[in-house]
Write a protein that binds this ligand. Structure first.
Ligand code: UDP
Length: 455
């Protein structure tokens, strides 16, 4: 019998493509042949950001389907994106599957999609192959989304998803408290987007029922009460393969690999690493305040200033900033974050608390300063600062700005107290154990692999 052949489909965003790519590598390690489906738009970015030697070197076969949007349309507009996705992508996916299956040697034997793109299961279900869903964020957020009927029944949200009031709720007594203002469908600040995202989530929940298994990039020990509440979600994380060399990672921006050479020259445990993922946007004032904070903190820093990080000029740095931090501060457009976090010079991570960044910090024993921006990032912050206690939250002032003084004082507070690093190292050890033989994630991944191999 030939190799099992998995078709993998991520949601077209950076924070989804990277972990799905990691899952792909883990499946290759377990004997799978992988066809990885990106939208044409994503694929162009990925290839443009790729180093030449990687383009053909990997065992993962990259294919594309259109996302249904025109060249000039705004792919950060969730309404446009979701409407085009639902209207056009099912047809494109169906054609791709039919074309792939025409070659008898190449038939797809299982389909694994991002749990946030579950409409694809309605298409793939017709193939009669194994269907698996992968959730790349914290399990608590998925459990909340799947609990929409319960939230409506208990009067926490209305039939349209709107929270009845702003309050902290718990899905079950042991679960972390969540603000109704931070429900994944409730935090866009405009009612049209929230309506479209809520309806999409309800539909997504229904389609997810086709998936025989739902795995997620978390660890049982990290979110234990959630897995008791929602035992159908299996944690298999952390699936970090981005530290390996010579592998496709799925970056949308070319990485500045020279920053690791710069890190080599810094003392152990000295550098403040600052990065806010792929779509956080800062206003000019906040951006400058952050720059001032890094300057007055007086420590070496590596700061990812991604193209589009600010809502105005990209380089709206305070006057004379570069001269003042010369030699001590390094700014890059995009870096190999997993390698950076694994570097011994890193002292702490100022982060927007995206789940991938959170897991990458956990895996490397790095303490956090939390600066959430959106949706599940607030729950990730409470995990870090209140539950695991491996970091501190940065508090905005009355005008909503995190001041330079707040940044300086929290960096000092975090680094002066070894207990944060100690607890972070204990989580690192736990994470390492979970992916080794006998560990919870290892065993869960094994049973998922066994199920997906049956064809
Ligand atoms: N990342 C990276 N280099 C950077 C900044 C980010 O490789 O300079 C990666 C990071 O390692 C993570 C992903 O981009 O895997 C961001 O995902 P996350 O969930 O943290 O945030 P999102 O982009 O979804 O908000």
């Amino acid at each position: 019998m030939g190799k099992p052949h998995a078709l993998l489909l991520p949601y077209p965003a950076q924070g989804h493509v990277i972990p799905l790519m990691e899952l792909a590598h883990c499946l290759v390690d377990r004997g799978f042949k992988i066809t990885f489906v990106n939208t044409e738009f994503t694929h162009k970015r990925l290839v443009a950001a790729l180093s030449k030697e990687l383009e053909d070197a990997d065992q993962i076969h990259l294919v594309t389907i259109p996302d249904g949007l025109g060249p000039g349309e705004d792919r950060n507009d969730f309404v446009l994106q979701i409407e085009a996705m639902l209207k056009f992508m099912p047809g494109f996916l169906e054609t791709l599957i039919e074309d792939t299956n025409k070659e008898s040697e190449n038939k797809i034997t299982c389909f694994i999609a991002d749990a946030s793109i579950a409409w694809s299961f309605e298409v793939a279900e017709k193939m009669g192959v194994r269907l698996g869903a992968f959730w790349p964020a914290n399990a608590g957020t998925l459990a909340t989304m799947l609990s929409i009927p319960k939230l409506i029944k208990e009067g926490i949200i209305g039939e349209d998803g709107t929270a009845k009031r702003r309050e902290m709720i718990k899905l079950s007594p042991g679960m972390p408290a969540m603000s109704t203002a931070h429900f994944a469908w409730n935090c866009f600040g405009d009612s049209k987007t929230e309506e479209v995202v809520f309806n999409y989530t309800v539909r997504n929940n229904q389609a997810l029922e086709f998936a025989e298994h739902i795995i997620c990039n978390s660890i049982y020990e990290l979110e234990q009460p959630v897995f008791t509440y929602a035992p159908n979600i299996l944690p298999v994380g952390p699936l970090l393969t981005g530290q390996r060399s010579g592998k496709l990672i799925g970056h949308f921006w070319p990485e500045d690999a020279t920053c690791t050479t710069w890190l080599d020259q810094q003392p152990a445990n000295s550098v403040v690493y600052v990065a806010f993922g792929s779509f956080t946007i800062f206003n000019q004032r906040q951006f400058q305040e952050l720059a001032d904070g890094l300057e007055i903190a007086g420590r070496p820093f590596l700061w990812v200033v991604r193209p589009g990080l600010t809502d105005g000029e990209t380089d709206a740095l305070p006057h004379g900033f570069r001269d003042k931090v010369e030699g001590r501060g390094r700014m890059v457009g995009w870096c190999p974050q997993q390698k950076v976090l694994a570097h011994p010079s890193i002292a702490c991570f100022i982060s927007h608390c995206g789940w991938n960044s959170t897991m990458e910090g956990v895996r490397n024993g790095v303490p956090f300063l939390c600066w959430p921006y959106f949706a599940d990032q607030f729950l990730n912050q409470s995990y870090i600062s209140d539950i695991w206690r491996t970091g501190l939250a940065l508090a905005p002032d009355d005008s909503g700005i995190v001041s330079s003084k707040e940044i300086k004082s929290k960096v000092e507070e975090l680094l002066a107290n070894d207990e944060f690093r100690g607890r972070a190292m204990a989580l690192k050890e736990m994470a390492n154990k979970s992916v080794k033989k006998g560990g919870s994630s290892f065993e869960n991944f094994n049973s998922f692999v066994d199920a997906m191999k049956e064809f």
